[in-house]
Structures are given as C-alpha cells and as structure tokens.
Write a protein that binds this ligand. Sequence first.
Ligand code: NOJ
Length: 911
Amino acid sequence: MTMSLLRTVILVWVISFKLVFAFQDDLLKTCSQSGFCHRNRQYAKNIRESKKLHYLIDEDSLEFNTNTHNLRGYILKSVQANKKETKVSLPFTLDFIDGDKVRFRLDEDRSNSLDQPGINSRRYNCTETWAFGPDYTPLKQKATLKPPTVFNKKYTLIAGKFTVLLDPNNFRIEVQYNSKDVLTVNADNLLNFEHYRTIEENFENMNEEEEAFNMFKDSFADSKLDTIPFGPESVALDFKFHDISNLYGIPEHADSFKLRDTSKSDPYRLYNVDVFQYNLNSTMPMYGAVPLVIGIEDSMSIGLFWVNPADTWVDIRYEETGSSTHWMSESGIIDFIIIVHETPKLVTESYVNITGKPMLPLLPSIGYHQCRWNYNDEKDILSVDSLMDKWQIPYDFLWLDLEYTDQKRYFTWKPDAFPEPLRMLRKLYTTGRNLVTLIDPHIKTNYHISDSILSAGVAVKNAIQKPFFGQCWPGESLWIDTFSPLANKVWSKFVQTFVSYATNLYIWNDMNEPSIFDGPETTAPKDLIHHEGFEERAVHNLYGLTVHQATYDSYIDMNPNKRPFILTRAFFSGSQRTAATWTGDNLANWGYLQLSIPMILSQNIAGMPVAGADIAGFFGNPDDELLIRWYQAGMWYPFFRAHAHLDTKRREPYLFNEPTRSIVTQYIKLRYQLLPTFYTAFHDSHTRGVPIMNPMIYEHPRVPAFYDLDDQFYLGEQGILVKPVTTPGTDNVSVTFPAGIFYDLHTLKTAHVGLLETKIVPSPIHALPAYIEGGHIITKKEQYRRSSKLMQYDPYTLVIAPNVEGKATGRLYIDDGETFSYKEGQYLDIEMEYTRQALTGKVINKFESSDFNTVTIDKVIIAKYPGEQFGDSCTLQSNGAERDIKIVHDVHSHVVKNLGIKVGEDWKILL
Ligand code: NOJ
C-alpha cells in the first residue's frame, strides 16, 4: 500500500468509524510550516526592527479622475539586493463609494511572467464576481484631491465625511472620519507584495528583511508535490484601528466572539478545510471563511473587508492606543474595503449591501429539522415521521445523509432502500413536510454523472491540465468545476432531473471546501486548475460558494418563483444570498455547546445569519442533561437542526426518557410558537442584513460590559434576550441585563427593572432563561400543529412588554412563506404600537386578494408593569365597528381573548 493510500484509509476510518474525540493537528500546517505565513510574520518582525521603507507612491503616476472621483497611480516597490536596486511598479486604485466606504486595490502586471499553457498568469481579481451581490453597483462618491503643501506634506482626498491622507514618501493611507483618525493602512509598514520572479532571479528580488522559506517548494509532508508555478506571490498588509480595542468577525473559528490577541499563538487562519472534531478555543481554519473584521468602540465602528479568497492568515494585536490586524494571503491582489459608521450594526448592513442580502428563507426551513447519518430506508423515514406526530413533536424537514445513494453515486437512490422516492415525498407532503438529500461536489468515477462531467470538460484539473482524481466518500472521485458557466449548466441538468418531480425535495452540499481525503490539509492541492486557468491557490475559499450557488441557480432555473433551500458546509462572503450553513462536525460535549454561540454570533455579524450547529453534538452520545440544554440553546439558532453521526445511538426526541422528552418537546414547540417573531426577524435580516442571533454589543454598542459577553444574545431586533445554560450541573446562571425593564418570556413576571445589572437567575433543568425587553411587542401562534405549513392560517397572539414609560412597539411580517411574490408587494407588514391608553395595528403593506388578510389576531397579553392602572374591559375598533371586550387579570399579565381581528385591516383597542 502506498503512503497516501494508507493515509486515506486511516482518515476514512477515523471520520466514519472511530470515535477518537480530537482533531488530528498534524493534518494542518502551522503558520511556521506555511511558506507565506512564515515569511510574512518574519518580514513583519524584521521590518519593525529595521524601520526601512520599501514602498512609496510614484507621484508622477498619480491621476485623479474628476468624473469618476477615483485616484489611480503606481506604488513603487524598491528591492535592494546584490548591490543593486530594482523597482517594481504596482498599479493601484482608490475609490470612495456609497458614502461610507473607501476601496483600495493593488495589483501587479504579470502578463510577461509565466508562459505555461492553461495557467492564467494574471493575479486573480474576479473575487467580486462571486462575493458581491449581483445587483451591487457601487455609488461613486464625489471627492476632491489636494496636493501636498509646505505644511501638509501629504496628498489629501476629501469625500463627504472622509478625509484620506496619502504620504508620497511611503505607502501609507490615513483614514479620518468626521476629522477623527480612525484607521491607518500600513501603519507598521508590513506591506509585502511578493512580485513575480523566477527561482534564478530570486536572490536579487528580495530585500534583507525577507526570508526565502518555501518560496519555490513546500516542505510540509502532505504538500510536497505542490508545483508552485509562480513562486512566491503572497500579499500582506497591516491596518491600525485607532482607539478601538474590540475586534470581531473573520468567521469561521471555534473561538470567543471577541477576537483574541495572536501575538503568542498562530494567527487566525481563513482556509476552507474539513476539520472533523475540530479543536475548541483555536485559531485553526474551518469550513468557511469571511474575511471581514469589525472594530467596535463607543461611537465608532469600522469594518475591514479583505476581498481575497486565497489561504489567508490574520494576526491580531491589541495595543495601548487601539489595535492592529495583519493580513497575509498566499496569492491574489490586495483589495480591501473600509466601512465606517457610528454603530456596528450599520457596518454589517453596509457590508451586506456589497455582498448581497441574506436570502429570505423558505418559511418551513426556519422550523425544526430532524437529521442523522443515516435514515436507512423509506420505512425508517416514514416511521420517524409518524412517531414525531404520535409524540406531538412538530418538525418541518427530514434529512437523508450519504447512504441513501446507490453506492455513493450522487443523483441516484439506493434502489432497495428507496424504491419509490416519490411515494415517500408525497407522504411527507401531506403534512407540509420536506426532505433534504445530500449531494456533494465530489463525484464517483465511472457512472453517467462523472462521465458527463468528463465529456463536457468541466472537471477540476490537475497541474498538468488533466482531470484531477482524488479520494472522498465514494472512493476515486472527480470534482465539478463550478467556476465554469458550462459546469453550471451541466450541474443544473443533474439537479433538475433529480429534484424536479417533487416540490418538497431540497439539497445539502456538504464536503465542498472541498474535502479530499488524500489531499494536503484535508483539501485540494493548491496547484489544481479551475476555469480560465486560475489555480486553486488563488480561488480556494470561493469553491464552496460556487457549488452551493450552482445548486441554488439550478432550482431557480427550474422554478423562478419558488425559494430553494440549500445547506452548505463551506462558505465565503456572499454565501448568505443562497444558502444556510452550520458549524460542522462538533462533539456531544459542553465545550461545543458553549462555543456554538460565539461561532453563530460571528457568522451573524459577518452577514451570514442563517447558521446553526448540530444538536446535540455530531460525534458521541449526549447525556440527558446535555440534550436538554442543547435543545434549549439550539431553538434559538437561526438554523435549528438535530444531527448525529452514523455510530451514535438513535436520538429522535421521542426516544428520550422522561422528563427529557417532554422538556425537549416543550422547547421545539416554543420555537414553533415563536415562528411569527422569528420570521419577522428573518425578514429584517433579508432586507437590511441585521443579525438574527444578535450580539448584546450590537444592540448596546456603548455599553463596555457587552464587549466580551458572548454567552447571551438577542433574537434579531425583536427584544427577546436569551441566556442559554451551557454548563453542567447548574441551577442558576448570571444574566447581564441592560438598563430598562425585562419580563420573563415564559411567565411575563418582571425579572429586572433599572440600570445595567448582572443578576443570578434560577435555571433548573427544565428552565431556559429568556426575557422580553420592555418596549417590544412579540407575535406568537399558540396552537400545536405538526408542521409550520399547517400553522399558516392559525390565529396570532400578541405579547406586549411595556417599557418604563408604559410604551411598546412591534412589527409583524407575513407572506406566503415559499415564493418570491413578496418582491412584487405580496406581503403583509403590520406595525403595532402600545401606550397606556391604546394598542393599535396599522397595515403598512397590504397583501391584496390573499387568504392571509382574513387570518386573525385573537389574543393580546400585556405584561404587568409597575404603577399601572388597568380596567376590566377594553373597546376594540375595527372594520368600522366597535365592541367591548373583557380583560382577564392574570398574575403577571392582562389578557384579552376572542378578538377576531383580521390581520389585513387596521384596528385599535382602547384600554
Ligand atoms: C460530513 C458532515 O459534516 C456531516 O454532517 C455528514 O453527516 C457527513 N459528512 C456524512 O455525509
């Protein structure tokens, strides 16, 4: 057996059968083993000491276009080596866009470099084709340029609230906002642009601060075969955030929400890889990558979007006067966008304006998903379906993992296990339920799907331009190159043929980092070749997005007015437009439950709100306490799915012992009751990009107590504050309440009134600490149904949580939950306002000729607040009529029932 085959066998064994609960660290490079990370960290250290300046702006090249308001020119890199000086000209552009952003790009002309047929010598500069929303057209902002004067030796660009200073004698960009220094680019002179040179020319192309480590070879055991055709080509740059010492973002990492200082560890790495049983509290790379950092301080928030999909490491340093980030990418261009706002939420919104709004999910997909590797056959599926009903546990999706296929050939069904998939799908459909099947981008060789990919010439190629073959679940496989438009057409045909006969069949794109069992670092060799001759090295972190987008587009081509549902494991900036994601192969232990919250929070602020984590841990068997606590937390994940490994004990909730079964069922039901509130939050997120699992600091950006708090959060902007219990043996937890009034979500008892305060609250095993913040109105549907579809026309209940002034507001968004008709105005948008005198509902957008107009609001519950006066009846005015209705006084609330208000009409209740 060859070494690589042996490794593959061991890997498949580790992943599939052996529950060795730890990640095998030697699969991945450390920074010092990664050529470009090693070189750039070393360069950073040396240049900080030498203080030499190797980059300056070529003043003669500067061109300011007064029509497009964009500045172009060249940066000169000077190399002193071998007793001579070489100058390399690097073209740059600087733009002010949308009134809140500065974009800078720095490239290299490599047209005369490598002459190897089939490999594109251009540095990859098409990231935005994939990462930016299709409708994004940057709005050029008017700017003026002032040349240096005796007093101010810098070029000054002024555009709206921005002032940008460029030092001609060095390359440095100082960004001011409202006349305040906010960010300096290249403050520490860490700019390093490894320009093209051959191995023979290398010695005269390196400054003394540079190191030659692995410039033309890779000494890491698993990637020694990397051909590295362009030699060293990394780009690196530092950014100083002035007076900001709280940085967040750059998912995906299993670490705290606030990024940590990496001076004494490896940098955070953004490189999409398969990290089964990943380490906790780690900067290691994971399945997805969003190169966006957000700095938050008091009245200023800054986003830094590094538009580069190559293998990237990010060093974070907290300093006395702020913080700094050092970005190092293996290849591509330097392309970054700085976003400045008063609040972090506006930064996220602005970032989402570039990369595209998160999709508005299919309404059932925000219900509960029951998954495992694997449900064995049709009988198994239908038995889970009926047992969920027997135990009155609502759910919307069942999932089929890998084994439903005929010998791991995607787009096929195992014939004896699923002889009539349509029959099964129809049965699920009768209760509005759906099925998801796993379809990965690695395609087993020698069957009609891989044959078509080969004959269309759309397989990913190896370094010598031949189709690449590697090992994954099916054994020998090839990978579809979804960067290619032709590959998308081919894929679309496969998808459509597979799903077109059912309306409730959806797709999960897994292993799309891509995961390659015999590949270096669990993924693709970096010298593979994609469409247009670009190396994997240049586009790696985008691949997963191209796969799930191709799947999404296949659905849209088939049925343009139906929302698809796609789950992806790998992601990049822009994935939010078309897919949901989750945190991959976690373990059934408390640490993974704890970190699922900061992980999902990080994705939410980076524009990827529809995220979840496998409940209650993919590997291993959770005990009852962990199961209960995980469901209590998981019901708040935007994507709410239970999933488990092949080797684990069955854990459909009806199998749990009492009281576990009842408690878990209670929380799944709570999610269903709150679906109207969740869906309204998803709609806010779809229209503005705001988080669904929403960090405390996003709602209270001026409260320092929240900078480090990542174990409690809000549900969107709906005013529900949640503190899940994520430690074992706990009967009480501490909750930090912001100033105001908070009511217990379950009882409406006042839990906190006054200023910011951390309180110990009881949290016995059946209890989930969750509160409604005074000032909000939330919406519910209280009746149990088997699925969300069956709840569509059920009446609404409003829960009013008055603030200290006795006021509250809320919004309810309703549409058909499955089409894009809402884009043509087919939705109901209702604004509600409560004062001590009245509660009013105003229809802001009416969904004409819809059955929804007749759905009713039947009940109003008003939490009791201090110092109130409440009578025993109220008057409902609606539809031109008036009627008196009784108010029932409960222990912690006042309840009005049998209202029968039509949601499509304006109404008023006089109190
Ligand atoms: C890896 C995924 O992370 C996991 O969720 C799935 O069950 C297995 N692949 C098998 O398809």
